[in-house]
Write a protein that binds this ligand. Structure first.
Ligand code: DOR
Ligand code: ZN
Length: 429
């Protein structure tokens, strides 16, 4: 199958590309990039007015499969990813059973190959059962295709256990991704500890509960020489710790979510909206501002969604009993365009670094350049398309989206994964 993509605005900062050209896809590869291309027999797609960029990758997604398919499964989760413009996602291991052996990694890969609408890069647990007590089967998982290790959903409480994981697991060359949460400080915390927790009478989840483990894991990464990636960073002081680690030359990266950038604790009022219950919690406006600055200055390496689908009945419970998490795959790109690119905080080149180049580099998965010979994993979006979140439903099985009803600008229209069309004119194929 061949596609001739005409007149798209191509942005690829890795090649210094920022201008209009045509792209010819033949089979699973880009065959040619240049002006006024022609190709006999290729399907021609006019992309005038649209942007074409290296395929977006979301390196923090909960597909819930195996074991919690009532929330999401690999088919529906990757369908939501394609709708949002992604060509690949990194699946978190807090499945049931936990992804802590090669067999589960193999299941995720096999299932994704059968029913997936994008590539799925499985991550494996650092500790068995995410319990923080014993090593997972790291080598077995890497042999089956795990790209990273994480106990996401849980902070590992014992510093010595983190050291053991890194000392042993670093031989595989994969990144260690930390969900930073000190249980002795966080306890049953529900929302950011401060004004809102006090006003609403809910237990607080303090910034320090996150920052203590960010600091600790940076120290242990220095001690062991392992690669460290801080997941869903939320506080100004946490970001300062990462900035200092980078200045020191450590191999430390971090990610931020659109919900921690564009929502704050002030979204939680006396209607107790459980859709706003996320882990780590929505923080202060000052923290969100610091994150946006970090996105612009390069301290934040990657934008991720932490797409965390939950069934409606689970979120319909009292705040304290509702699970943490909101969906994100279908809104991430549009939120970034609307709130950071359009106002001029970042340009499209930086957007591509955050949502495509850095996630691939950190995960160590194939890099994609808009040039002949590269794998044809491509995202096309219309930067002017205005739409309302949720107005035409969601591809995800769950609808716990914290941005429901918001008017956004910019949306993915076409996606190619290995030369196969997964999104065509805004519809998942
Ligand atoms: O909000 C969250 N939900 N944060 C996490 O770390 C886990 C996730 C989930 O699995 O629902
Ligand atoms: Zn997490």
């Amino acid at each position: 199958m061949a596609f001739l993509l005409k007149s798209a605005h191509i942005v690829d900062p890795a090649l210094g590309l920022d201008g209009v050209a045509d792209v010819l896809i033949e089979g699973d590869r880009i065959a040619e990039v240049g002006p006024d291309l022609a190709a006999e027999g290729a399907e021609i797609i006019d992309l005038t007015g649209k942007y074409l960029v290296p395929g977006l990758v979301d390196m923090h997604v909960h597909l819930r499969d195996p074991g919690q398919e009532y929330k999401e499964d690999i088919e529906s989760g990757t369908r939501a990813a394609a709708k949002g413009g992604f060509t690949g996602v990194c699946a978190m291991p807090n499945t049931d059973p936990v992804t802590d052996t090669g067999a589960i990694v193999q299941y995720v890969k096999t299932r994704a190959a059968e029913v997936g609408h994008c590539r799925v890069y499985p991550s494996g647990a650092m500790t068995r059962g995410l319990k923080g007590e014993a090593l997972s089967e790291m080598g077995d998982m890497v042999a089956r295709g795990a790209v990273a290790f994480t106990d996401d959903g849980h902070g590992i409480q014992d510093a010595g256990m983190v050291r053991t994981c890194m000392d042993y697991g670093k031989m595989f060359g994969k990144v260690f991704m930390s969900h930073c949460q000190d249980n002795s400080l966080v306890g049953e915390g529900q929302v950011n500890e401060g004004v809102v927790s006090t006003r609403l009478g809910m237990l607080g989840w303090p910034a320090e509960g996150e920052e203590v483990q960010i600091a600790r894991d940076i120290q242990i990464a220095r001690l062991t020489g392992a690669r460290l990636h801080i997941q869903h960073i939320t506080t100004a002081r946490g970001l300062a710790l990462v900035r200092a680690a980078k200045d020191e030359g450590l191999d430390v990266t971090c990610e931020a979510t659109p919900h921690h950038l564009f929502l704050t604790e002030d979204a939680i009022d006396d209607t107790y909206p459980t859709v706003m219950k996320v882990n780590p919690p929505l923080r202060t406006a000052e923290d969100a501002r610091a994150l946006a600055l970090g996105v612009a200055d390069g301290t934040v390496d990657a934008i991720v969604t932490d797409h965390a689908p939950h069934a409606a009945w689970e979120k319909a419970r009292e705040f304290a009993f509702a699970p943490f998490g909101m969906t994100g795959l279908e809104t991430s790109l549009a939120l970034m365009i609307t709130h950071l690119v359009k106002p001029g905080v970042i340009g499209y080149g930086r957007l591509v670094e955050l949502m495509s180049i850095a996630p691939r580099r950190i995960l160590g998965v194939e890099e994609v350049r808009i040039e002949a010979g590269a794998t044809a994993d491509l995202t096309v979006f219309d930067p002017e398309l205005a739409w309302t979140v949720g107005a035409d439903g969601y591809e995800s099985k769950s609808d716990n989206c914290g941005f429901d009803g918001e008017s956004l600008t910019g949306r993915a229209t076409d996606v190619f994964v290995g030369g196969m069309r997964t999104l065509a004119g805004g519809s998942v194929c």
